[in-house]
Design a protein around this ligand. Sequence first.
Ligand SMILES: [Zn+2]
Length: 92
Amino acid sequence: MSSSRHFVLSFFGPVVAFGAFCGFVGLIWRWLEHHQIPPLVTMMVGGLAAAMATRWFVRNCVPVRCPFCGGKSYEIPERGNRFMCRVCGKDH
Ligand SMILES: [Zn+2]
């Protein structure tokens, strides 16, 4: 995967996950109300958790192809859209 596609995925992945979770809460809305769980709170808290989990997953588990050696590189924490190659050690 190229770094630009990775960037798009890390941006839209969490948005899609949030939307999917909101849809899921919509499906079980009556069940939540029946069990005295506020659906809107569940939607916000669970949606945020789903978005953060997706962001974490893309960052740590989806490799970007190294332009120098073709190895797997992963995003460097705290540095937006910079990747460190696990094979040759270069960042790009
Ligand atoms: Zn490399």
